[in-house]
Design a protein around this ligand. Sequence first.
Ligand SMILES: [Fe+2]
Length: 206
Amino acid sequence: MTYSARLEFKPSGLIGISDKQIDEHWKLYEGYVTQTNNLMKQLADLREKGEGTTPLYLDRKRRFGFEMCGMLVHDYYFANLKAGVSDASAAEFKKLVSGKFGSFEKWKADFIATATTRGVGHAICYMDPITGDVNNHFIEMHSEGHMPGFQILLSCDVWEHAFLIDYAPTERMKYIDAFMANVNWDVVEERTIACFGKKASPRFAL
Ligand SMILES: [Fe+2]
């Protein structure tokens, strides 16, 4: 298994998030992909050499979680950004979050609040395909706080590297507003419908 950055889904022409910002962020994403592949090989090589219980192996294993989760949350992040997609296309998603939060607008306010959590991380709207529960979570350091078995419907990267070219560190809110104005609601809807069918939510736009 070798992973790759899915260039065909790289967003461009967004409102309030420049192509230069996306280019730089994409390079970091490619770094997570490269490190995921490198670490998979390093870990396999160490196991092959009978060093699968060494401190070096276990340290690499911990790093592997950070890098691979970094790759995966960025898969979701870039695929759920696209210019000019109206939230009118997310009818099932709206119904889902309205059931939990009272309305789409109340869900959105909670998602935005989640994204303002101090520290580096991702605001992620998760759905449990088993129970149908949906919630917004703050995932720190790519790998801390994920909901096992839940599926990602929407991922917003709020590490400063996601917006520092366009905004000052104190202007995260402006970036979050720009993110919300560029959500690919078609993909969010597709992920939601997949979860209703108890299937994995597609990381990429299809
Ligand atoms: Fe990022």
